[in-house]
Design a protein around this ligand. Sequence first.
Ligand SMILES: NC(=O)c1ccc[n+]([C@@H]2O[C@H](COP(=O)([O-])OP(=O)(O)OC[C@H]3O[C@@H](n4cnc5c(N)ncnc54)[C@H](O)[C@@H]3O)[C@@H](O)[C@H]2O)c1
Length: 500
Amino acid sequence: MSTQIKKVAVCGAGGTMGAGIALVAARGGYQTLCFDLSADALARQRKAAQKFFDRSVEKGRMTPEARDAAMANLVDTTDLNDLADCDMVIEAIFENLDVKKDLFAKLNGICKDETIFASNTSTLSITQIAGGCGREDRVVGMHFCLPAQVMKLIEMSRGINTSDETFNTAWAWTEAAGQISVETQDKPGFILNALLVPFNNDVIRAIEAGLATPEDIDTAIKSGLGYKMGPCTLLDLIGLDTQVLLGEAFFPITLDPRAAVPPLCRRMVAAGKLGNKSGQGLLTGLTREKATEAPSFSIVSGGNSRSFPDGVDGAVAGGDVTIHLGGGYVADASKTAVLVELDTECLGVHTGEDMGDEGSNAVGFARYRNGDDAPSNLIELVRQPNTTDAAINAARAVFEVAGFDTVVCKDLAGRIVDRLVRPKYNDALRFLDEGLATAADMDKTCCMGLGYPDGPIARVTRGGLARHYDVSKAIQDMTGLAGFNPARRAVVAKARQGAS
Ligand SMILES: NC(=O)c1ccc[n+]([C@@H]2O[C@H](COP(=O)([O-])OP(=O)(O)OC[C@H]3O[C@@H](n4cnc5c(N)ncnc54)[C@H](O)[C@@H]3O)[C@@H](O)[C@H]2O)c1
């Protein structure tokens, strides 16, 4: 049964996502019926629509005629029967399986036979939402990103019973409406949230473990990986209450411990610290100025340096700070700080560990590198529990005056960036094996949906899968955490490296 899409309905058009989806449809030239239980919500969104299109005209993205045509395409209703002659219904109502199933079952009795039902669910199964609705072959997953009217990406998925005809027609509609789609399986979180939800939980767990401040975690991820937005800023934007709901939806299905809600997330919600919506979340608001004066330093070379393969400028004989490049460490209490370059090992390997209160003027450091890529501008500084503040401040100053970004973290496996990003690479590589999506679609999703400069597959491949194995394995050995188990493709790359 083929469907020519001319008239679209959006259910939940009074809500955040539904309102944005309605703008996409109306702007794309489709008659758009905006349905919601709340007439007030629809009225509010109508004003917001006018404002959005007016701004689009001001910015030169739209002609005044196109704006007027788009506004004329929007029609509000609170009567479900009005949807009878729509060619496609996109639902963006509450994220609840029974509520969504009930809507599709009702619509099945109202809409014409060929109408396609699309769901914007983030976490539920398209097959389950379609189950028993009476037209399981004409239900499709169509996951827009927030805000839908700005973000072009749509994750398209088929339920087990979705027909090719339905999928292809819905896909063609997304393109005709000016969006860019990727195909993914009907699995919790599709691509974007399947990668993002456990990653964000890891960030919260890292804060809980005192790895670093939220501000330094954001700096590390932005400077080390080039993400546009730090994960703590993103979590505060999403809301920690939403992150709890996402974890609660994912964990029972995936049984991935990383998907389980971190205790700190629940405590923050209980304390009313939800993020931007409540005025405070993970970010503390404490910022620090970059150092403008640096102590003098000398270099001791112990071998090849991953951080500074071309050496370091500005060293003097003696100096207040000693920098050991390429390994090696000799205690020197006469210095303000003794800096020790680290690879995958912890600082304690060099300085020793006792009962958990060790500390001295020794500071570990590594300039972040994505495997064998060129070094980034990020210096991760590593402290033990009682490392002196004077040593940390001197280390920060040496690197900041030379133009680097610095962050300070505890002496934990993987420091900040690798600890957070390596499980994500393992997930992406496993998803590839499991056929969740193609490498290109996974990378496109992360670039378009999350603003990453490149996708996880491109990045981990470029940095070297054998190197990814080494880093993941080292962290796995120290933590025992399953997320660091090197994915199959990394094991293969390591074995081939050994064989060559
Ligand atoms: N917020 C996001 O970042 C995001 C991103 C992608 C997808 N989603 C998904 O989009 C859907 C909506 O999320 P939201 O954040 O826009 O929610 P929201 O609470 O802002 O909006 C939901 C809207 O649905 C309406 N509604 C509820 N039950 C209804 C029914 N039976 N019939 C008609 N209208 C009904 C409500 O009145 C409300 O206006 C969810 O499935 C969610 O998982 C959300």
